[in-house]
Ligand binder design. Sequence first.
Ligand code: ZN
Ligand code: ZN
Length: 436
Amino acid sequence: MNNLERGWMYDRLDGRGAINSRFITGVNNFTLFACSQQNCISGNNIRCPCKKCRNIKYKDVETVRYHLLHDGFVKDYFVWKYQGEADLIGEISFSNDLINVAQLELGYDNPYRQMILDAAGPNFNHGYNNIESGPSHLYEPSIEEEHETSMEEEPNLEYQKFYELLHSADAKLYPGFSLSQLAVISRMLNIKMKNNMSLRGFNQMMQLFKESLPEDNLLVDSYYQTKKLVRSLDLMVEKIDCCESGCMLYWKDHEHLTSCKFCGKERYKRRVSSRKRKLVPYKRMYYFPLIPRLKRLYASHTTAADMTWHREHIKEDGVMCHPSDSESWKNFNESYPFFADEPRNVRLGLCTDGFQPFSQSGRKYSSWPVIVTPYNLPPGMCMKEAYMFLTVIVPGPNNPKHKIDVYLQPLIKELMLLWETGVEAFDMDSYDVDNQ
Ligand SMILES: [Zn+2]
Ligand SMILES: [Zn+2]
């Protein structure tokens, strides 16, 4: 490899400030190469040639990748000698098998680890390094680097939880076992959900499971403990009280009212028997904020690249396989050229329909889920459950009819924010901070 062929190493950003795809490919090849060089690997880590670590610190592959994409390579590092490359090497060649072995050994493709990194978001890895290297700095930052280093802060409580999770993604359930603690726990939660298992049943099963394992196992034996461990992966939900007749939400300015300002109905049920003073509303809706879900699409390796599919796919005349092939889509692009110009802007489809959750019992009760789908994604994805975001559940028992807009308020507020101001999201695909 001569300097010319490695020109991509110092050509990280394009004119718009986005990361060049050539650079991303190059970094991927670099990490694969580094992983294939057994004698330069320490434990599971390789030397990081980023501007900050300068081949002094050892980091895990995912972190190295992150550093390189974020900060670039240290100056004049055309020969990767700290990763095992000889000075006068003609061509790097290594078999695919070797790559796979290296990936496996380094946990490069540990899906649980990846899941946590996706959920934690892009700022996470920088905090992660602090924990590993501790307060002592292994090198003195030069003046130009100093401003970057000073931005590193102690990880906050939220990130602390992610470290615990990362630990549980790596820790084996018991010594010598192949599955990690997190792998077992998330699969158990999945089984519970798919089979509608009762809380009691789940706890009893987990207790038996724990008893049957060797003493030094890491299994948590109750649903409560399990949820506590994985809680930081959750996307939040807002519970909002509403008027029993659906005139208004006790939300924002009206959060503290105790009766409906239109029909005067009480907000809370009167409880005489219970000594506990916990207030129980007549009606409550659930709102699942959209913005964090959209952000996660961009923060995840799995989905970030697909978010521009609607622009990039090849359109066939007369065939409609996606909303982006339609006339109304083109019409929209012409009406809002500024918005259409950026393929990463999110286009959403919204739908709602009533359904009767208790129809078997004969009781009439209908509730109205409102579902939002990002149409940026390819057809195979945007029609999949995982990418249909449930945002609002309009509670029953009656059809909300014309009052549905009352329940849509939180969603509309978020959509207005997205449309008018935009929110910052981190795009894993191009590593570019951008407005949606
Ligand atoms: Zn680094
Ligand atoms: Zn009312």
